[in-house]
Design a binder for this molecule. Structure first.
Ligand code: SF4
Ligand code: SF4
Ligand code: FES
Length: 282
């Protein structure tokens, strides 16, 4: 069964410090990095800590850095490193505190998720249905593929290198907001939240998050950039600013998005105006 041997250098330690330890494993066709970690756990180092669940690229829990690149270990073939004479380096995700070995504390992400106002659909039509355009549904479907692996959060330099963990929501949560804001039935306006609490202005659209997403979600172009444009239109367009200053909020109309309303439902989230209400105002 064994093809040949591979050498791995794996980080062992916690947030206070640690070291790389070297292990050798016998490889076989189709073996992935997570298999190698399990092999080491079973035969050499039972205390080696790793988080995983599905081994099928679905649960998002086995994120780590393999040779410095953010990867799902269960979806990364050992054969991808066949031509590299150097040992395969496996390290925990750098942006998060290390609990033990390859296991990081990603609870910051869960706290950020809790800040997102829930989906608030408009009332059903008179016949009891909700009608939506297929194009609108397809647009947000992409964002729902997210498996919450947080590889994008780990890669984003705003979080990773500049430590803006509290001021910047990060790519995963910006597309979560995009998925709600672009939903044709949703009635909340999340732009003020995006600007102030979620710090969307920190994103300088480097697209590093998009490059590492195992679900191939076009995070930057399809999610973040449209949201940045909406925030900029609303807060930094000098004409709109002037209109707001002298005459209150101007009327906005969007074909697929409910129209913004002036009144607030919470300090940071405004209700979007329904098309029906907008027509009544005209
Ligand atoms: S595009 Fe924005 S969110 Fe994505 S990695 Fe770059 S700065 Fe971070
Ligand atoms: S957007 Fe992609 S990289 Fe980010 S958490 Fe979701 S699946 Fe992972
Ligand atoms: S173990 Fe579930 S994504 Fe890797």
């Amino acid at each position: 069964m064994s093809d040949k041997k591979a050498t791995l250098k794996i980080y062992r330690g916690d947030n206070d410090g640690g070291e790389f330890k070297t292990y050798e494993v016998e490889t076989y066709p189709g073996m992935v990095v997570l298999d190698a970690i399990h092999d080491i756990q079973a035969k050499q180092e039972p205390g080696l800590a790793v988080r995983w669940n599905c081994k099928a690229g679905r649960c998002g829990s086995c994120g780590a850095e393999v040779n410095g690149k953010p990867k799902l270990m269960c979806m990364t073939r050992m054969s991808a490193y066949d031509d590299d004479p150097e040992p395969i380096m496996v390290t925990p995700m750098k942006a998060f505190p290390i609990l033990k070995d390859l296991v990081t504390d990603v609870s910051q992400n869960f706290r950020m998720a809790q800040k997102i106002p829930a989906f608030a659909p408009r009332p059903r039509e008179a016949d009891g249905t909700h009608r939506m355009q297929q194009d609108d549904i397809e647009r947000i479907q992409e964002f729902r593929k997210c498996i919450e692996c947080f590889l994008c959060q780990n890669t984003c330099h705003v979080i990773r290198d500049h430590g803006k963990k509290e001021d910047f929501a990060g790519p995963r949560f910006l597309i979560a907001m995009a998925g709600l804001d672009m939903h044709p039935l949703d009635t909340l306006d999340r732009r003020e939240l995006l600007k102030d609490e979620f710090g969307i202005g920190y994103c300088n659209i480097t697209r590093c998050c998009t490059e590492v997403c195992p679900e191939h979600i076009n995070i930057t172009d399809n999610g973040i950039i449209p949201m940045k444009e909406r925030v900029a239109d609303d807060y930094f367009d000098p004409v709109r600013w002037l209109i707001r200053k002298v005459g209150g909020e101007e009327k906005k109309k969007k074909a697929s998005l409910p129209v913004i309303q002036n009144e607030t439902s919470t300090p940071v989230v405004k209700k979007k105006k329904t098309e029906k209400a907008a027509k009544a105002d005209e």
